[in-house]
Design a binder for this molecule. Sequence first.
Ligand SMILES: *[C@@H]1O[C@H](CO)[C@@H](O)[C@H](O)[C@H]1NC(C)=O
Ligand SMILES: *[C@@H]1O[C@H](CO)[C@@H](O)[C@H](O)[C@H]1NC(C)=O
Ligand SMILES: *[C@@H]1O[C@H](CO)[C@@H](O)[C@H](O)[C@H]1NC(C)=O
Ligand SMILES: *[C@@H]1O[C@H](CO)[C@@H](O)[C@H](O)[C@H]1NC(C)=O
Ligand SMILES: *[C@@H]1O[C@H](CO)[C@@H](O)[C@H](O)[C@H]1NC(C)=O
Ligand SMILES: *[C@@H]1O[C@H](CO)[C@@H](O)[C@H](O)[C@H]1NC(C)=O
Length: 262
Amino acid sequence: MLAYIFLILLAHPFYVSPANTTPNGNKSIFILAGQSNMSGRGGVVNNTFDGYIPPQCQSNSSILRLTKGLSWEVAKEPIHQDIDYYAICGIGPGMSFANSILKNDPKIGVIGLVPCAVGSTNISQWSKGSFYYSQMLNRTRIALQGGGTLKSLLWYQGESDTLNVEDAKLYKSRLQKFFIDLRYDLKAPFLPIIQVALATELGPYKKIIRQAQLGIHLRNMKTVDANGLKVGPDYVHLSTQAQVQLGQMLANAFLKFASEKE
Ligand SMILES: *[C@@H]1O[C@H](CO)[C@@H](O)[C@H](O)[C@H]1NC(C)=O
Ligand SMILES: *[C@@H]1O[C@H](CO)[C@@H](O)[C@H](O)[C@H]1NC(C)=O
Ligand SMILES: *[C@@H]1O[C@H](CO)[C@@H](O)[C@H](O)[C@H]1NC(C)=O
Ligand SMILES: *[C@@H]1O[C@H](CO)[C@@H](O)[C@H](O)[C@H]1NC(C)=O
Ligand SMILES: *[C@@H]1O[C@H](CO)[C@@H](O)[C@H](O)[C@H]1NC(C)=O
Ligand SMILES: *[C@@H]1O[C@H](CO)[C@@H](O)[C@H](O)[C@H]1NC(C)=O
């Protein structure tokens, strides 16, 4: 009986699908995940964000973000603050990425960013079934319900897996499984993935992580190298200017995907 009523509702001419209820039913959706460098600490000194938002990271009515409360709003730095709430967030690569895409491909329409990164998380905390994995999956599914296409996962993580040699050695298989599980659960087997490789001038275990990242070769995956990008005064996180640069590098990688398809 209930199923019958439901069918009538669906067939009813006044039934409005969720995609038609928003003015931005054709968003280009991007997942941002990983740890602090993806969340953003640019401009954060002594636990205070200096408030400086470079021109490349300014808000634009064509760049939305999914809030923690699962609604869309015009994105404004720091875009991860409500998700990565235990820390003080600053500039990350997301806004520079989105502005760069808009500039280079105005036809892309409205961009929907889905911030999911959380500082200090290790790869095991992102494995299928974990809290952060489910949160990311849920947020992405809800983002898509408003109408749109999932364009890519932007991933920047690994520092937290450099603490001991066993974890470092297991990183490659854990990371690969994470990518494959996510594509499977999102029913997007060829979801473009853009990962960031940690810089080279790092300790021995960091080298293993970097080698793991560079050693994964999945279809539709690109790697952007953080090597050479500047860390800020805390010596731990990318500076605001480095995040601007990284966002542009991620955008170039994404635009390459698009041009390869044509
Ligand atoms: C951060 O705090 C420390 C200790 O209070 C102080 O010595 C340092 O000058 C501060 N750094 C900046 C950039 O404000
Ligand atoms: C938003 O981005 C578009 C495309 O780059 C640009 O033409 C427009 O001026 C931007 N709007 C604002 C308010 O910056
Ligand atoms: C949705 O946007 C994409 C660009 O990302 C475009 O190719 C497609 O034609 C649009 N679809 C509709 C129904 O507007
Ligand atoms: C990952 O982090 C969690 C939470 O801090 C910790 O319990 C776990 O032991 C870590 N796992 C690995 C493999 O480092
Ligand atoms: C994700 O959604 C599922 C199904 O609605 C729910 O059971 C789960 O608690 C959610 N997980 C998170 C972390 O939000
Ligand atoms: C942030 O990125 C830089 C460059 O890859 C790296 O050296 C640093 O360890 C990262 N910090 C964290 C906390 O991930």
